[in-house]
Design a protein around this ligand. Structure first.
Ligand code: CA
Length: 235
């Protein structure tokens, strides 16, 4: 019998209380070659995240015992790097931004297609792989120093975490510093999709990035809007 040396399966933890959704995700992700475990409450999910060390967490926002934002924050405090994708039925942009502020890397809105979910998961893993092959990549924007490997931006003693997409947006804008980068190009190169998410996703990310990066987000000095065209980074 041949011994196959397959790479270890990536582990996906699903924290979600709706059995139909869990079943759908479990079947699709297992078929894709992931190892899947699921928990139906925030408390069980947090325990499983610590015990099982998943490579990615899919987190529902409406859990029976706790609010998903708090679960997200707790998860993020305990583990700075595990990617978290929020599964949310709340379509409002403010809820999405709140989830991303709580430390999530991405979100999908219910009802979502499992194909889209898998694309998001794979995109995060591809970026992780790319990141780890470029250790200690740092660059400056204003007085912030961005460390791409550690996913942090630091200034003096202040330090903030950056999500995968935030970092990718910053890296692309920086590669093209002082040039205008269109929303479509950002979507295509960062999210890898043309149809979804929409260009509003880009605008929301820029709002978030400015909140983190700019002294005065109303009068940004580093991430500038080029009206009707896109964005430009002035490092
Ligand atoms: Ca739920």
């Amino acid at each position: 019998m041949e011994v196959s040396e397959e790479p270890a399966k990536k582990r996906i933890l699903v924290i979600e209380d709706e059995p139909d959704i869990v079943r759908g995700i479990r079947d699709a992700l297992t078929f894709e070659g992931f190892e899947v475990d699921a928990r139906g409450t925030g408390a069980e999910g947090l325990t499983a995240a610590m015990d099982w060390a998943p490579d990615c967490v899919l987190l529902d926002l409406m859990l029976p015992d706790d609010n998903g934002y708090r679960v997200c924050e707790t998860l993020r405090q305990r583990d700075e790097t595990v990617p978290i994708i929020i599964l949310t039925a709340k379509a409002q942009e403010s809820d999405k931004i709140r989830g991303l502020d709580a430390g999530a890397d991405d979100y999908v809105t219910k009802p979502f297609s499992v194909a889209e979910l898998i694309a998001r998961i794979n995109a995060i893993f591809r970026r992780q792989a790319r990141m780890s092959s470029h250790p200690d990549e740092t660059f400056n924007i204003g007085s912030w120093q961005i460390n791409a490997r550690k996913h942090v931006m630091a200034k003096g003693r202040a330090s903030k975490r950056l999500t995968f997409y935030e970092l990718e947006v910053l890296k692309l804008l920086r590669e093209r510093a002082d040039e205008t980068v269109s929303r479509d190009e950002l979507l295509e190169k960062v999210w890898g999709m043309q149809a979804s998410p929409t260009s509003r996703t880009v605008d929301n990310f820029i709002v978030k990035l400015r909140r983190k990066l700019e002294e005065d987000q109303k009068n940004p000095r580093h991430i500038l809007t080029v009206y009707g065209l896109g964005y430009k980074l002035v490092p």
